[in-house]
Design a protein. Structure first.
Length: 351
């Protein structure tokens, strides 16, 4: 480097700023995006089984023709330090890549995909969407990825399910928006006499849940159906209804009506257990809130007090809310169907 170049560098204010952005901001975004794509494409899972050449990784990722393009992307992964390559065979290198590749961490890998594929676009696109009126739709999500990523809170939902579920009596469960079906599996394990109807709005999600039920040996006890709860025609037969992580898929002004509809499917004295991230949580939850504010369906994450009031408006009594994760705004809400066997609701009878 000659003296003139050195002098230009020393005088530049932009180059040091760019270099510091590169280290502090840009490289982490590149790494996150690369790992999210490695997870979503099946490359991480393939490499968890051992090193593979570009042909093996192309087969895992469903790449048929443009292997040179896949190789270029893999080589950026090497440059970022996520992968290494020896004699044309790629392997996992970073601790993060190795951890995400473990099957037990699939929900975390899916959460990273959710951040890269849905959270970053809404952060990038919000001002333009606010300007031109464009909105996100359900098709801008990937239901299968969301069904996997929401499993990060599975232990906390499981604890809430365990608190409301009778262990011995025969029980009919309705799960609304079942995702992977993991919470129904947990309920079925707790009560061997439980049978369930699990519904989900999205075809591919319902199909995934049905496949899971079969793999878990629950096909006889759990019916999985693609259905919109707002149109579900069923007798008021359910002892327990559960809605986990989906109240924000409904606009605020529709929520009491949806909850009333769920109540109408409950047997007298039946209960609703609803779990949801509420406003004021960690920044990831605030970006989720942003995503749903920009959606042409759904709405913001609920304020805990508003959601409890909506349950009461929908005819639930004894509504109680509880925090499920210390320091976080992830909460469980439980209420009881006030309708009695006579069909007259408790408040009418009293008055
Ligand atoms: C974030 S996912 C949560 C999945 C699962 N409950 C869990 O906690 O792992 C929300 C799910 O609710 C479903 N959903 C949204 N609106 C629905 C509706 N109107 N009827 C039935 N399911 C719905 C979505 O299709 C999606 O799979």
């Amino acid at each position: 480097m000659n003296v003139a170049t050195l002098a230009r560098l020393a005088a530049s204010r932009q180059i040091p700023l760019l270099l510091s952005l590169g280290r502090g901001l840009v490289t982490p975004v590149y790494r996150a995006s690369f790992l999210a794509a490695a997870s979503g494409s099946g490359v991480l899972r393939r490499l968890a089984a051992g090193p593979g050449d570009v042909d093996a990784l192309a087969a895992a990722a469903g790449v048929h023709d443009d292997r040179h393009l896949l190789r270029a992307w893999l080589d950026v992964g090497v440059r970022l330090g996520e992968l290494a390559v020896d004699d044309g065979r790629y392997r996992l290198r970073s601790r993060t890549a190795k951890a995400l590749a473990r099957p037990g961490n699939d929900a975390v890998a899916a959460a990273l995909e959710e951040v890269a594929r849905f959270h970053l676009p809404v952060l990038l696109g919000a001002p333009a969407m606010a300007a031109d009126g464009r909105r996100l739709s359900l098709g801008d999500q990937d239901g299968a990825v969301i069904a996997r990523s929401t499993r990060v809170v599975e232990p906390f939902v499981a604890e809430a399910v365990g608190r409301v579920l009778s262990r011995t009596a025969p029980l009919r469960l309705l799960e609304v928006g079942c995702g992977s079906g993991a919470h129904v599996r947990h309920a079925a394990r707790l009560n061997p006499r439980l049978t369930a109807l699990a519904i989900d709005l999205q075809d591919e999600v319902a199909a995934g849940a049905a496949a899971n039920m079969a793999a878990w040996g629950l096909r006889e006890r759990v019916e999985v159906r693609r259905a919109d709860v707002r149109e579900l025609e069923e007798q008021p037969q359910f002892d327990l209804a559960t809605m986990h992580n989906n109240i924000y898929y409904f606009p605020v002004e529709e929520r009491a009506k949806v909850l009333e509809r769920v109540r109408s499917l409950l047997a007298p004295g039946g209960r609703l257990l609803l779990t949801a991230p509420c406003r004021g949580g960690n920044v990831g939850m605030e970006v989720l809130d942003l995503w749903f504010r920009y959606a042409d369906f759904g709405g913001p994450l609920p304020h805990a007090a508003d959601l409890a009031a909506q349950m009461e408006d929908a005819g639930f009594t004894g509504v109680r809310a509880r925090r499920l994760i210390p320091g976080e705004q992830f909460r469980a809400f439980v209420g009881t169907n006030r309708a009695t066997a006579s069909g007259i609701d408790v408040e009418e009878r009293i008055s």
